[in-house]
Design a binder for this molecule. Structure first.
Ligand SMILES: Cc1ncc(COP(=O)(O)O)c(C=O)c1O
Length: 381
């Protein structure tokens, strides 16, 4: 190893460690039966028998890999079917599959905004969106989380701008589980004609009558110009997609996004799993009502136990403790009691807001909630 490089890396990692923020990998065993409140498999579809059967059948038919970029031979009939299904489900004419939500966001936001454009982004957008924006030559301006008054004033300020104005938001924020008023953004769009990029990663499956997401739930279906969604969260598969009204956006990604062009495409088995998961998801309408109630029940119980969690009905509940060590202490107790929980620390979340990100899932019952609360109370005493 080059000694200068080695010294530099040691120094950086030692600093991370000294800050109490060193990241390490933990192996999960297939025999770990603890209740998983950390992953994003909100509907338990990654273990659904129909999803597994569809993936197995695709594995037998297509093999284990797509084996090439989509522009070579990686784009199969399954990928095309999946695009059509996603587009129809969300009410958009065009869809394009990408390998991950991360690369979908960098492809869209690194590729569309150009020098002279302005990107107005919520303070808490996901790292992948920020990465994309920062790699573009556009000017980035942030507004406080979900503060649409400030967004409106930024839109007023930039309305004469020569370049394109983009507005970038999520529908359910990944670390806070809250949501902006999508109908207000949609109305602002009518007035200011910006290009709205909406990340529905954590809303798909859990929100909306047919589970297509928060635009459906809030009655503003297909309002955003571009939606990024993922297949690896509630849909229990892997991969992601971009939806758009204008085929030019799809063609720009196909022609210019390195993430799309120069990478082995999503496996056919993942596409097949996602197709089966969408069929399951659409059929879970009454289950979704129960899941929203579950979210409200957990929030209420946490509040009664003295924890300030926000009201809402998304699958993500931020249990903000603040101090990293204290949060880890709560997490250890929960782990020993049979829960898988993750501690989310800065820089993923703002300083002094370390938290346990409670990720709810189908199949949780009141016994789980009672046990969870009693462990928290035990630590808090
Ligand atoms: C809001 C949001 N967008 C995009 C992504 C990236 O999706 P993927 O896991 O498919 O790369 C995530 C993942 O955590 C996310 O939370």
């Amino acid at each position: 190893m080059n000694p200068k490089l080695r010294q530099r890396m040691e120094k950086i990692l030692a600093q991370r460690d000294a800050d109490g923020l060193l990241r390490t990998l933990k192996v999960r065993s297939a025999t770990d039966t603890r209740v998983n409140l950390a992953d994003n498999d909100y509907l338990n579809l990654s273990h659904d028998s129909e999803v597994i059967a569809a993936a197995t059948s695709a594995l037998n038919k297509w093999g284990a890999s797509s084996s090439a970029s989509p522009l070579v031979t990686g784009y199969t009939e399954l990928h095309q079917d999946l695009e059509k299904t996603l587009a129809q489900w969300h009410g958009y004419p065009h869809a394009l599959i990408l390998n991950t939500g991360f690369s979908a966001n960098t492809a869209v936001l690194g590729g569309l905004p150009k020098k002279g454009d302005v990107v107005l982004a919520d303070k808490l957008i996901h790292a992948s969106m920020l990465e994309g924006i920062l790699s573009s030559a556009a000017t980035l301006r942030r507004f406080p989380h979900n503060d649409l008054d400030v967004l409106e004033s930024l839109l007023e300020e930039t309305k004469e701008s020569e370049g394109v104005v983009f507005v970038v938001t999520e529908s359910v924020y990944s670390m806070d589980g809250d949501c902006p008023d999508l109908s207000r953004i949609s109305k602002l769009k009518e007035r200011y004609h910006f290009c709205w990029v909406l990340d529905e990663a954590h809303a798909t499956g859990w929100h909306g009558l047919t589970g297509s997401g928060m635009q459906e739930e809030q009655g503003v279906r297909a309002s955003a110009d571009i939606v990024v969604g993922t297949l690896g969260k509630a849909l229990g598969a892997q991969g992601a997609y971009v939806l758009c009204h204008d085929v030019l956006i799809k063609n720009i990604i196909i022609n210019f996004a390195a993430e799309f062009i120069y990478s082995t495409y999503l496996s056919p088995a993942s596409a097949a799993a996602a197709l089966a998961a969408i069929t399951c998801t659409k059929n879970l309408t009454s289950e979704r009502t129960r899941l929203h109630q579950l979210s409200q029940d957990w929030r209420k119980a946490l509040q009664v136990a003295g924890f300030a969690v926000p009201d809402f009905h998304s699958p993500i509940i931020p249990l903000i403790i603040g101090d990293v060590l204290k949060t880890q202490h709560f997490a250890e107790a929960l782990r020993s009691a049979g829960f898988i929980v993750s501690v989310i620390r800065p820089p993923t979340v703002p300083v002094n807001t370390a938290r346990i990100r409670i990720s709810l899932r189908r199949g949780l019952d009141s016994g789980h909630l009672e046990k969870f609360i009693s462990v928290l109370k035990g630590v808090a005493q």
